[in-house]
Design a binder for this molecule. Structure first.
Ligand code: ASP
Ligand code: MG
Length: 437
């Protein structure tokens, strides 16, 4: 059993969907079934939400609806010239009726926004389903709202796992066991009254992880437009490479400290169920991608280096430290804190001038120097081994290092450097990664 999710750019046009269809066909014989979860085509969720807001204000949304219609019908025609348009037509018509209803009512509630947004995933899945059917692939269009049970917190509904598990045993498992490829929607669900809900923006990864967990998949695949989780931001380090295997703990820390990786919370249901998460590139399906597992068995020393540029460093006595921690506007921005009995050092996330100002105000009565820094996180299974730590520290010779913290977690070392040295420091550390692989 395999559950695969394709994001918005993977389904954005006919050419991308051709890739998706070919990946799906290659895996259609998966024992116990293949479930394919799709996002809406890129930009469509935003377009639908705009339409809903405008319609609620009584504005004319006919041309926006026509653009949506044309985009999706064109994709299906280009993708599979002989495919039936019946399914797609029905969803497009329903979407238009709904938008018209919002215009007549002159209101747009969180519930209507969810109902409207949900058309995006219905459209993309209908297209893939019709295209596969036209190619004689055995496939089932499955409305995920039958099983993805949530509360009624419209806009970011919480999934009720037990109910979802129960419903999927009733409705989804029997479909999977027929050997037909299941095509279903990410991001959307329904509450106990069958009212459509959404799981929050970008929620399709979460759908995939939940389905993987309730179906007991051997793996979930997140197909995207990059070749996995990279060893550094390729805009800073052009030679950065996808990492073959990472532990969930590493991914979580990388995400917290600047790496543009998938949101760890969204894959947690799969990790909790010990199901590996494989991140792959739709447009380069033969590349190995990155496997995220609960506990990695790799023997590499360092996996990745990430950076948060807009940080602020201070060193202070323990009473000032207690004062800073007690301020609500500052306590949530602490990126790093270490201390001795009498003194502490802090790195704060200060991405906006306001957040920097809050710190200046809090320290106004003191003469404590405030230093703008970049916070660098070096992640890997063996970063705490003395030879690895010393190799990392040696790369810092040309830079001003304000703080070095190790040991708070077993797999990350933190360094705060002068902000103008941030990118060079990342490159210097990255340069030693191959030596230790
Ligand atoms: N289509 C939704 C969004 O744009 C969900 C997703 O892409 O994961 O937020
Ligand atoms: Mg999207």
């Amino acid at each position: 059993m395999l559950v695969m999710k394709f994001g918005g750019t993977s389904v954005q046009d006919a050419a991308s969907l051709k890739q998706v269809a070919s990946i799906v066909k290659d895996r259609a014989d998966e024992p116990d079934g293949l479930v394919v979860v799709l996002s809406a085509t890129a930009g469509t969720t935003d377009a639908l939400l705009d339409i809903a807001h405008s319609a609620g204000l009584g504005r004319d949304v006919a041309s926006a609806l026509e653009a949506l219609d044309t985009r999706h019908t064109t994709i299906l025609t280009e993708l599979a010239p002989f495919a039936s348009h019946n399914g797609l037509r029905a969803i497009l018509d329903e979407c238009k009726v709904y938008a018209h209803a919002l215009k007549v009512l002159g209101e747009c509630t969180p519930q209507s926004l969810d109902h409207m947004a949900a058309f995006g995933e219905q459209l993309s899945t209908s297209i893939l389903h019709s295209a596969l059917e036209a190619e004689s692939v055995r496939t089932t269009y499955f409305d995920v709202r039958q099983i993805m049970r949530t509360d009624d917190l419209f806009g970011s509904a919480n999934v009720e796992m037990d109910a979802t598990r129960h419903l999927s045993t009733q409705h989804l498992v029997p479909c999977c066991s027929t050997g037909s490829v299941i095509v279903t929607q990410g991001f959307i669900g329904a509450d106990q009254y069958d009212r459509t809900t959404t799981l929050g923006r970008g929620g399709s990864d979460y759908t995939c992880a939940i389905l993987g967990a309730v179906l007991g998949a051997r793996e979930i695949c997140i197909w995207t437009d990059v070749s996995g989780v990279y060893s550094a931001d390729p805009r800073i380090v052009p030679e950065a490479q996808p990492i073959t295997e990472l532990s969930f703990g590493e991914v979580r820390e990388m995400a917290l400290y600047g790496a543009k990786v998938l949101h760890p919370d969204t894959i947690a249901p799969a990790i909790d169920a010990s199901i590996p998460v494989h991140v792959l590139n739709t447009f380069r399906p033969d590349e190995p991608g990155t496997r995220i597992v609960a506990h990695s068995t790799t023997t590499s020393d360092i996996h990745a280096v990430s950076i948060v540029r807009s940080c602020t460093f201070i060193r202070c006595n323990s009473s000032t430290a207690a004062h800073l921690r007690s301020l609500a506007e500052l306590s949530t921005t602490i990126a790093l804190e270490t201390g001795t009995i009498e003194s502490s050092m802090f790195v704060f996330f200060t991405p906006t001038e306001d957040s920097f100002l809050a710190l200046e105000v809090a320290l106004a009565d003191s003469s404590i120097p405030i230093q703008r820094v970049a916070l660098i996180a070096v992640t890997g299974p063996a970063v705490l081994q003395p030879h690895v730590t010393s190799a990392i520290v040696s790369t810092m010779t040309p830079f001003v290092v304000h703080c070095l913290a190790t040991g708070a977690t077993a797999h990350t070392i933190f360094l705060a450097v002068n902000v103008q040295h941030g990118d060079d420091a990342v490159r210097a550390i990255h340069a030693i990664i191959p030596r230790h692989q």
